[in-house]
Design a protein around this ligand. Structure first.
Ligand code: SF4
Length: 264
């Protein structure tokens, strides 16, 4: 089991399970599970804690906290026992690579009748009956860009899995991408939105602003890419809206509507 971080939104009874810690149990910081991608500026690596946590909770030190401890299934269940749970989101460093992901999803579905959502990079297809919703992160469509960003060849595999999920009517499907100024830019987002529209114009699509690593005192030293401006984010949203009916953006400064608490 490699859940290393749990957060909860009380007003919505939503639970977030972050995968990617040690596979050898709490207090045994060895054998970190790895994602099947190696993205530049990986958010799970550089910002391992839930970015929706209040500022006082998500201090700079905590955001850099090492993810070297993980919870066994029983420990996860014990941590969440007092909570009322309607929905669970599985995220972090690619849950599909963790052998306990589906068993845990199954337990939560049985125990809480939870609506289970998987956040994935789409490299693996997961159409299991205990998964109700999938949010697929489409990193890029242009092969060279996809390989350069993720370290993997062949965006077609992700796109095929996206289409397969869309065919699986039981599963609610959404998509998201990272907007990286001067890199995964308006043209690439346009291509992604156009692809999604070939599947369905109604699929919700969220565009996240890139968060550089190595931020020190407001600068972005250490990263060759920068954070997009509000105007750039609003501009790229308009581009995607040429193809899709439900586009949203997330970037620094957007207010969190519902309070998020740290469970562990
Ligand atoms: S897919 Fe996500 S977790 Fe994996 S390397 Fe990329 S950003 Fe990190």
């Amino acid at each position: 089991m490699s859940v290393y971080h749990i957060t909860y939104t009380p007003s919505l009874s939503e639970l977030y399970l972050y995968f990617g810690g040690s596979t050898s149990g709490r207090g045994s910081p060895s054998g970190n599970s790895n994602c099947n991608f190696s993205c530049h500026g990986c958010i799970s690596k550089y910002h391992p804690q839930d970015c929706h946590l209040a500022h006082e909770v998500l201090s700079h030190e905590q955001s850099r906290e090492a993810k070297d401890e993980s919870l066994q299934i029983e420990q996860v269940l014990s941590q969440i026992e007092p909570l009322s749970i309607k929905s669970v989101t599985f995220l972090g460093k690619e849950p599909t690579g963790d052998s306990d992901f589906l068993p845990l999803a199954r337990i939560l579905k049985t125990r809480f009748s939870s609506h289970n959502t998987l956040l994935t990079n789409g490299w693996e297809y997961v159409g299991d009956e205990v998964i109700d919703e999938v949010c697929m992160s489409i990193k890029a469509i242009t092969p060279t860009l996809f390989e350069d960003w993720t370290g993997r060849r062949g965006p077609e595999r992700v796109l095929e899995n996206f289409k397969r999920l869309a065919d699986c009517k039981r599963i609610k499907l959404r998509a998201e991408s990272l907007f990286v100024p001067e890199y995964i830019d308006r043209d690439e987002i346009k291509k992604i939105a156009r692809f999604i529209a070939t599947v369905s114009r109604e699929i919700p699509y969220r565009i996240d602003g890139y968060i550089p690593f190595g931020i020190k005192g407001g600068s972005t030293s250490g990263d060759r890419f920068r954070r997009p401006t509000k105007e750039e984010m609003e501009g790229v949203k308009i581009v995607a809206e040429e193809y899709l009916q439900n586009v949203s953006i997330l970037y620094k400064g957007v207010r969190v509507k519902n309070k998020v608490e740290k469970i562990c």
